[in-house]
Design a protein around this ligand. Sequence first.
Ligand code: ATP
Length: 309
Amino acid sequence: LAQLYGPLNSLGYIYRSINQSLVDTEKLMKLLDEHTDVNDKPDAKELVVEDGEIEFDNVTFSYDEGRSTALNSVSFKVPKGSKVALVGESGSGKSTVLRLLYRFYDLKEGNGRILIDGKDIRDVTQSSLRKAIGVVPQDSVLFNASISYNIGYGKFGASEEDIEAAAKAAQMHDRILTFPDGYDTKVGERGVRLSGGEKQRVAIARTLLKNPPILLLDEATSALDTTTEREIQVALENLVHGRSSLSIAHRLSTIASADIILVLKDGQIVESGSHSELLELNGIFASMWAKQITAEKHTDVGSTKEVAT
Ligand code: ATP
């Protein structure tokens, strides 16, 4: 997953970062290494998103010719403004769905289509596509700069008021006020170190400022302490509201509110429906759910602490 989020988190930001000369050079070089081989067509148009409806139409994809397929005839829709969650065991194809939507790879002719508002994403410019998509990874890249800069990064020329409003909606404002210099406090490797949950809230604040119609989310893998978990949930609800989103859910408890849950297995959608529909179906999702409930009962989630990284 890190392979996806390194570049996803950074590509949209690289151009401005260079201009503002505040980026950690070492990190930038690493990110530029992870370029993609996707090229815009000579007649590529700007993507204009009106509804933000996403459609995977019979998508088949393999990373290497002749190797097993990572996705096999996958079809689904994310209707305007709805929340779709992807679940499935490791290697089932969840990240591949997000990578393809962000266009790290193009589908070959005859292997299906990915559409946004009815437009094939291979026919639009990568820059306009990525401008329309916000990404919230589990672990965001922080720059060695002020917390204000790190949040304001989401929108060129963001005012202090914009930044504070985003931090409030992302449930990060009160925490920032405890820092020695408030919004001017330096964070990152050479400043105040933020925990995983705090970094995720910074990413949420950035994305709120970016204000994209489409969201890709990677929800936390491990249990956070209850307060942090609740804060992130509220922040995510503020972000997801009114946008079309695709989330990778590692812990099934976080996606009970999804409009549609897609269950992936070996690159195929094997079940889909709402949480209650899938429980009623009593199939793969229901057994994953039962297993996780039992596992969580045996874990003292309340005492789990976030690890500062
Ligand atoms: P996880 O929950 O562990 O992140 P996932 O459901 O997101 O897993 P994917 O990362 O989409 O799964 O992987 C789907 C399949 O594609 C797997 O068989 C995986 O080994 C393969 N795969 C993923 N990335 C690459 C890559 N860069 N090159 C070759 N094969 C890959």
